[in-house]
Write a protein that binds this ligand. Structure first.
Ligand code: ADE
Length: 500
């Protein structure tokens, strides 16, 4: 298993190592889940007095870090490879939880820490991929911001917190601040723990926490609350065609999606009517009938775009907004697919979207089903990776990440593994495999049921994409209570010729 590497180019390597070594991040380093490489830029100066700074041309206060030592330090750690390189600077874009989630998908990141009045612009132009600030204030150097970012990125990497649920339910997850929490004793300074938390009723507890999170966000961060409300409205509108839109809805509710395009006028109309008169809004919704909202989402968890276009004009607007480095796009309209084929994508196959709308868990008849660990990695890879039938394009690194995220489940017979199933990074069920000799014994059905139950426990709506020709899987899911979407789905991949 290879660790995620954080390189920090700095004039104060000890500050970074000492700052991050204690506590959780240090433990993840010891366990080799992450690796920290603090590099002293001064070691790369060619100046015989080890000088790394000089006066700025044109005059002005202070000194600048020179291009040469920074460039050589960067080259030493990357060896000339393309590695995401972040210059931490108050002139960057603000660091957010969304950015942390995005960066947590990288295998290797370089942080460049400035000092004095900054760094010669020419070297920044050559090596920096992202300019990021941790807030609108100025610090004496980039070490503290780099440490802040490493801390918040590393804790999202599977295995670092030891509990994959805990990073999902906290402040900024899905645009809401976290609800208040209480521990023993039940009464302290005359204040009692809210009764609902002692009730043992999980449904009520969840509802109470959501209300508290909403109220707290509205009061303390009205800007975030507005974003949250917009997303909720979008989800509500998408819910009119749930079978077709569940992939979009789930990406939004799980807090992994950014809205890159949305038919704002349709949403604004919905917004105003709902505010003015909820009863009219319901009637209005019914009247709109099948009128659908064009939308383009970017799912950060799997770096995949998902689009729905109501007409050709929105299709074009969507195609123009797809980020250039997008490798996968899920679409469900033939005209949008055609448009993207012309723009250098290919559609290797078509899929049926299946939705399990019930909230009740399914019986798991086969008893030997467990979450997989890295011990089972070779079994899964040898049967799934790059297999033309079950997993074209599925890479080993992806399986590793899924196992570490606790999202792969195995079926065993008397202790020997005979199959597996998983939850993809964008949230759909998939990767079902059962050895030939163990088929038609209810094992596949049990694996599906087990995965459905895990999703329900997390408050997710189970759905999956089944390859259009895979009737066995379609029948199996229908038997379990899944429903088909009306539309066909395509996963568009960037063609090699188009990927630079
Ligand atoms: N370097 C100095 N101040 C900074 C800030 N606010 N964010 C990122 N890097 C910095």
């Amino acid at each position: 298993m290879s660790a995620v590497i954080f390189h920090v180019l700095t004039l104060f390597p000890q500050m970074v190592i000492q700052g991050l070594s204690p506590s959780i991040i240090g433990r993840a380093w010891e366990k080799k889940i992450i690796s920290l490489n603090a590099v002293d830029i001064r070691d790369y100066t060619t100046d015989r007095h080890r000088k790394v700074d000089d006066y700025p041309y044109g005059g002005g206060a202070g000194m600048l870090m020179q291009a040469q030592p920074v460039y050589d330090a960067h080259k030493a750690v990357t060896g000339g490879r393309k590695v995401r390189t972040i210059y931490v600077t108050p002139q960057g874009t603000p660091f957010t939880q969304a950015k942390a989630q995005e960066l947590a998908q990288e295998d290797e990141i370089v942080f460049l820490c400035g000092h004095y009045e900054g760094i010669d612009e020419r070297v920044l132009e050559e090596i920096v991929t992202d300019y990021i600030s941790i807030g609108d204030y100025v610090l004496t150097g980039g070490e503290l911001p780099a440490m802040v970012m490493i801390d918040s990125i590393a804790r999202l990497i599977p295995g670092v917190l030891g509990n994959d649920i805990s990073s999902e339910e906290e402040s900024f997850y899905n645009d809401l601040l976290e609800y208040p929490q209480y521990s023993r004793p039940e009464e302290w300074h005359g204040k009692r723990v809210p009764e609902v938390l002692l009730s043992g009723n999980h449904k009520k507890v969840t509802q109470w926490r959501l209300e508290q999170a909403r109220a707290r966000t509205a009061e303390r961060r009205p800007d975030l609350y507005e974003k949250y409300r917009e997303k909720q409205l979008l989800i509500k509108q998408l819910a009119r065609h749930k079978r077709n839109n569940i992939h979009l809805m789930e990406s939004l509710t799980r807090g992994c999606a950014e809205v890159l395009y949305c038919d704002r006028t349709a949403l604004a109309q919905e917004h105003t009517t709902a505010e003015e008169n909820p009863a009219v809004s319901q009637k209005h919704s019914a009247e709109r009938g099948s009128a659908e909202l064009s939308v383009l989402l970017y799912n950060r968890c799997c770096r995949t775009c998902m689009a729905f276009a109501a007409d050709m004009a929105s299709g074009r607007a969507i195609a123009d907004r797809i980020p250039v480095d997008t490798e996968l796009i899920i679409v469900s309209e033939p005209f949008l697919k055609e448009l993207l084929l012309q723009r250098g994508y290919q559609a290797p196959g078509s899929y049926i979207q299946m939705l399990y709308p019930q909230k009740v868990s399914l019986p798991v008849k086969h008893k030997e089903i467990f979450p997989l660990t890295m011990e089972h990695f070779p079994y899964v890879c040898s049967r799934y990776c790059n297999d033309a039938q079950c997993g074209p394009g599925i890479e080993e690194a992806y399986i590793r990440e899924r196992i570490q995220a606790g999202a792969m489940y195995g079926a065993f017979v008397e202790g020997r593994q005979v199959g597996f199933m998983g939850i993809h990074s964008e949230g759909s069920l998939g990767m079902l495999f059962v050895e030939e000799a163990f088929r038609r014994q209810g094992i596949a059905s049990s694996l599906e049921a087990y995965a459905v139950n895990r999703m329900l426990e997390k408050g997710w709506t189970p759905y999956g994409h089944v390859s259009a020709g895979n009737t066995a899987s379609l029948n199996l899911q229908e038997k379990l209570g899944f429903y088909k979407a009306e539309k066909t789905f395509w996963w568009l991949e960037k063609t090699l010729a188009n990927s630079t």
